[in-house]
Design a protein around this ligand. Structure first.
Ligand code: OAD
Length: 279
């Protein structure tokens, strides 16, 4: 932390409230830990997604294509788990407390999550830095198409069964075909509107996020290891313009130069406890 004070967690919660209360403009910067209590696993915690599905094989387009060629059933399993978890999840009390704060403050949510839970909780200004599972985007003309929860559920249902040994790749392509359908405008290939490693962030979301961070007076950073760039530089940006930066994490070793206070605890408890006191 910036000032190196030693505090109990209750002190830290109180301090977090005092830092956010005077701010008219608040940014919430969220990561996978925010949705952990909605049942979606995080990436880098023990037993997390990248432990079971190494990012070099599943989180880059070339890696995923290679894995598809060699072990198609692992790709099926990866997509099935991700889609199933997201379609089964509901916003938790932290998502809802963040959405409710909009009634009392100007709030911009900048999220790395692709699960749509901020919007579902009612947040209106949401910049999805890593895209969303609830949309497809044309790889040629950029046109976006909404995907419903029902469509994602259908996809998860189709992917439950392991692939047959013979013709596994063809079968998998057939199962995911609606997600890589032809664009109605240009006939280009569509794909889920999510960002893989090595890809550009959606430009609009990124510029809006930077503008919000430059203009905010307080930032609440929730459930992120803050390791993935460029998103990870946003809290430092807010700190540099004088915003108070409050972190909520489960990681007791979390240490960064830009945090003004760190509260260690589950987001679904800690975030409402901080924000509901901000009247
Ligand atoms: P990580 O898995 O890297 O970090 C999750 C953080 O949330 C950790 O610091 C945990 O301590 C904390 N955490 C876990 N459960 C929590 C809880 N219940 N309450 C509060 N905190 C909790 O996830 P992200 O930082 O979101 O990108 O990962 C960033 C990006 O890396 C993802 O968007 C994804 C991934 O690779 C792409 O795939 C492009």
């Amino acid at each position: 932390m910036a000032d190196g004070n030693v505090m109990t967690n209750d002190d830290a919660v109180q301090r977090a409230r005092e830092m956010i209360a005077p701010a008219d403009r608040v940014v919430v910067f969220s990561g996978a830990g925010l949705s952990a209590e909605s049942g979606i696993p995080t990436f880098r915690d023990e037993g997390g997604i990248w432990e079971r599905y190494p990012p070099e094989d599943f989180a880059t387009v070339p890696g995923l294509v290679r894995t598809f060629l060699v072990r198609p059933d692992r790709v099926r399993e990866f997509v099935w788990e991700a889609v199933r978890d997201v379609t089964q999840a509901e916003p938790n009390p932290a998502h809802r407390a963040i959405a409710e704060l909009e009634q009392r403050r100007s709030v911009a949510v900048v999220t790395q999550n692709v699960d749509g839970l901020h919007r579902e909780a009612g947040s209106k200004t949401v910049h999805e830095l890593h895209g969303t599972l609830y949309a497809l985007q044309c790889t040629r003309c950029g046109r976006e198409l909404d995907v419903s929860r029902a469509e994602l559920r259908d996809l998860a249902d189709r992917l439950v069964q392991p692939l047959p040994k013979l013709g596994a790749r063809t079968r998998l392509i057939r199962l995911i075909l609606p997600m890589v359908r032809r664009c109605a405008s240009c006939r280009g290939r569509m794909r889920p509107a999510i960002v893989f490693f090595g890809e550009q962030l959606p430009e609009e979301a990124w510029s809006a996020a930077v503008a919000a961070c430059r203009a905010c007076q307080a930032m609440l950073v929730v459930g992120t290891s803050a390791l993935v760039h460029p998103g990870a530089m946003l809290p430092a940006l807010a700190h540099d313009v004088g915003a108070k930066v409050v972190v909520v994490t489960l990681d007791p070793t979390f240490a960064v130069s830009w945090a003004d206070t760190i509260v260690v605890g589950p987001a679904a408890e800690v975030v409402p406890s901080i924000l509901q006191a901000v009247r």
